[in-house]
Design a protein around this ligand. Structure first.
Ligand SMILES: Nc1ncnc2c1ncn2[C@@H]1O[C@H](COP(=O)(O)OP(=O)(O)OP(=O)(O)O)[C@@H](O)[C@H]1O
Length: 299
């Protein structure tokens, strides 16, 4: 059943390039007012997911709704403002003309001056797009996304071309936008951006969502261990309530537990005589997190 009033509602979303499944059956609901980071290493499927949310790519399977609409309709009616990593700008136009042109295509835009102010680039209004630095081009893309006055802002690696100062200013502008209760989803490689800014982190790896929650919860899941065991008579009522366990999944006779304290969880499991074939492994998330942390350190 579709959730009424969801800002983004995604069910079974799948997209392959040839044989390669870039997005592999994602379900996701984001409510109005949430600020969410889509985090993951290179190739995790973040951009492909974002492209399907903003109607730039067609899913092979599954559905996306944005405030109840198809993505394309949501873009056309100005519900979505999107900022793409490499969105092209019109080289012959000035920044002001570029933003004005996008505004003219929408029904409820803010003024060009207001969009430039919010993006922190008022002084660039008369500059030709060919004369912009990488950092400035990103901010113009941000102004283009803001001028449509969207309820949902979707950003793919918004700060990729920015230096430290540029990133700080960018997030300050963004805080102003979210303070008005609007919804933001942005893809990033950078843990620290997620940490400072968001209510919720969705961690993707290999086309799947592997963790979803507050930054603290996702960190905890990433550093934990998982337990896989056979429990034929399913005697554990709610395995996620076992000590040291934060999430549980059951498939036929097997249970998979994500743990913050695997020792405590194993001790509790051994109270159940039917349990056998207990395996403990480093949680799969660890690798994804290590990759992200390494990228952070390399910046
Ligand atoms: N047009 C395409 N044709 C073939 N493969 C593609 C195409 N676009 C993306 N892919 C592949 O799909 C996978 C997911 O890519 P995607 O860009 O969605 O990941 P990502 O998480 O955004 O990564 P990045 O952070 O590097 O942008 C990658 O392995 C990528 O090489």
């Amino acid at each position: 059943m579709r959730e009424r009033g969801a800002a983004i509602d995604i069910a079974g979303l799948t997209k392959s390039y040839g044989e390669f499944r870039a997005v592999d059956g994602i379900d996701l609901m984001i409510v109005p007012g949430e600020v969410v980071a889509l985090l993951g290493p290179n190739g995790a499927g973040k951009s492909t997911t974002v492209d399907m949310i903003i109607g730039l790519a067609e899913p092979d399977d599954g559905e996306v709704r944005v405030f109840g609409d198809e993505p394309h309709a949501a873009v056309v009616n100005g519900t979505i403002g999107a900022m793409l990593q490499n969105g092209t700008l019109l080289d012959d136009a000035t920044v002001g003309e570029t933003v004005a042109m996008i505004a003219s295509l929408h029904r409820k835009p803010v003024t060009v001056a207001e969009a430039l102010r919010r993006a922190g680039i008022e002084e660039l209004a008369d500059r030709r797009c060919t004369k912009l630095s990488g950092d400035q081009r990103q901010r113009v893309r941000f102004a283009v996304a803001l001028v449509v006055n969207p309820d949902l802002l979707v950003l793919d690696e918004p700060t990729a071309a920015m230096d430290v100062g540029g990133r700080r200013e960018f997030w300050a502008s963004m805080r102003e936008f979210t303070a008005t209760g609007r919804t933001v989803l942005f893809a990033t490689h950078y843990m620290d951006e997620a940490e400072e800014f968001v209510d919720r982190v969705i961690l993707m790896r290999a086309g799947k969502i592997v963790a979803d929650g507050s930054v603290a919860k996702v960190r905890e899941m990433a550093s934990g261990r998982s337990i896989n065991a056979v429990l034929p008579e399913v005697p554990v009522e709610r395995p996620e309530n076992l000590p040291g366990v934060i999430a549980a999944e059951r498939r036929a006779d097997r249970i998979q537990l994500t743990c913050t304290d695997s020792d405590a969880a194993v001790r509790a499991l051994l109270d159940y005589p039917a349990v056998h074939d207990i395996e403990i492994s480093a949680a799969g998330l660890e690798e994804a997190f290590l990759t992200l942390t390494a990228q952070e350190a390399a910046r």
